[in-house]
Design a binder for this molecule. Structure first.
Ligand SMILES: Nc1ncnc2c1ncn2[C@@H]1O[C@H](COP(=O)(O)OP(=O)(O)OP(=O)(O)O)[C@@H](O)[C@H]1O
Length: 451
């Protein structure tokens, strides 16, 4: 809100009110010397409407300057350069004596209004670009996805709130965590990610909380943990359901006390971190089984966001497919192929157990392997274990259910080999594995399969 401060009202200034008021915008308040004063930081012009209030004006200007407020214009009736100099010294941006300076005052008011509008427009544009950039990367307009994004948008400004993102694998849990971070008050801080099941439980504590030199045999130097690294930013804990119980307690303590203690340290260190946790398992069920602490579950799930599986997002699958084909084709310097009606039907019918990741990877493979228009079989039978497992709705499914990983991998290898007409080098390349691993997969020699 902008404010016009008037040290006394006078009819002789009435002609200028509309312009001053326009400068201060519709919500401006006119305050008098005797009455209340508006928020100092937003004062636009100080009007000395009667003689004898100059000293009061100087005092007000000094107060404004001391409060770090932008310098206001001062308008009065005395054409006196000494008064003007005194007011500017006290903190006025300029002094205009009416009626002589009326044109100059009008020009100044117009300039200021134009500058302010340009600033506001630039700010709006920047804001819009920032939002478009981050949320724009999340493709889809189906109601269940929109509901998740609306919820995320509401909690974005609340930079302290803990968020729990749930959803099947590949539904975009990390993507939404990044969007929450980038659009929120912590955007200038770090976004640190930890996949809780990617690190052996014995190393997790030191990874999260750090350690002091000599805390254990290998601790030759002190090392800060990820909590400290994420200070003033966001710590994204993926697969939080896999966190050992003892560490769950330590995370809860860190959240409550806003402090972490490195392994081997005597004292805690303050940290200011927003936790976004993600899981594809039903944490409430894990709590009931005793595998997850109830208190941490409640603490994390203050604001739960559920990302729907891709099969429940209707046409989003087509929007996503078009988006990925465009971006992947650009990446490989190719022309993006159009989606044929047959392929569209197949995309809509598939059950997408690997969700958006499966779609993206399938399209990438199909784009690289297809030598003409994309066909459903390029997408679904190209060696992706999740699609080879009979994920196509209504598909016959050559594998038993449930299949072992070995069976799935072997089926994927066979499908790829058939696709490339028995060329083992091409099949191994397309699968991203060595020829020897392909042989082992095909002969079922599981022993040496891991490389
Ligand atoms: N709505 C979407 N729009 C565009 N890209 C998406 C969308 N959802 C997911 N993706 C992309 O799909 C891939 C998988 O997403 P992400 O890693 O965020 O999923 P996740 O749920 O965290 O997976 P996991 O549970 O396996 O860790 C990423 O490449 C991501 O950019």
């Amino acid at each position: 809100m902008s404010t016009l401060a008037v040290l006394a009202r006078s009819e002789s200034f009435s002609a200028l009110w509309p312009e001053l008021a326009a400068l201060a915008r519709a919500e401006s308040r006119v305050v008098t010397a005797a009455g209340e004063t508006g928020p100092a930081a937003e004062l636009v012009a100080l009007v000395l409407a009667v003689a004898g209030v100059e000293e009061e004006a100087e005092g007000a200007l000094r107060e404004l300057a001391a409060a770090g407020a932008p310098a206001p214009l001062v308008v009065g009736a005395r054409a006196d350069h000494r008064l003007a100099a005194a007011l500017v010294r006290a903190g006025a941006a300029d002094y205009f004596a009416l009626p002589g300076d009326v044109d100059a005052l009008r020009a100044e008011i117009r300039d200021r209004a134009a500058r302010r509008d340009a600033r506001a427009a630039a700010g709006r544009l920047e804001e819009a670009e920032r939002r478009a950039f981050d949320f724009g990367r999340i493709i889809g307009r189906s109601p269940p996805l929109r509901a998740a994004l609306d919820r995320a948008a509401r909690i974005i400004p609340r930079g302290q709130a803990t968020v729990l993102v749930t959803g099947e694998t590949g539904t975009g849990k990390e993507l939404i965590a990044q969007a929450i971070h980038r659009n929120g008050p912590r955007a200038s801080g770090p976004f640190i990610e930890l996949n809780c099941n990617a690190i052996p439980p014995t190393l997790l504590e030191s990874e999260l909380f750090g350690h002091e030199k000599g805390a254990f045999t290998d601790a030759r130097t002190a090392k800060p943990g990820l909590f400290e690294a994420a200070d003033r930013g966001t710590l994204f804990l993926d697969e939080i359901g896999d966190l050992p119980l003892v560490l769950q307690g330590k995370i809860l303590k860190a959240l409550e006390e806003k402090q972490v203690r490195r392994v081997g340290a005597v004292r805690g260190r303050e940290v200011d971190v927003r936790i976004i946790a993600a899981t594809h398992v039903d944490l409430a069920a894990a709590v009931r089984r005793g595998g997850f602490r109830e208190d941490l579950f409640y603490r994390l799930s203050v604001i739960p966001i559920h990302l729907p599986p891709l099969r429940d997002r209707g046409d989003d699958v087509l929007l996503l497919a078009e988006h990925f084909l465009r971006t992947l084709a650009a990446q490989y310097g190719m022309t993006a192929p159009a989606l044929s009606p047959t392929l569209r039907r197949a995309l809509m019918a598939h059950s997408w157990p690997g969700n958006v990741r499966e779609l993206r990877n399938g399209l990438e493979r199909a784009l690289l392997l297809a030598d003409g228009p994309l066909r459903p079989e390029d997408l679904f039978h190209g060696g992706d274990p999740s699609s080879a497992s009979g994920g196509h709705r209504g598909g016959s499914g050559e594998l038993p259910f449930p299949a072992t990983l070995d069976q799935i991998e072997r089926a994927a290898a066979e499908a790829m080999l058939a696709r490339v007409e028995g060329n083992k080098s091409a099949a191994a390349d397309a699968l991203g594995i060595s020829r020897s691993r392909l042989y082992r997969l095909l002969t079922g020699d599981a022993e040496g399969v891991a490389e």
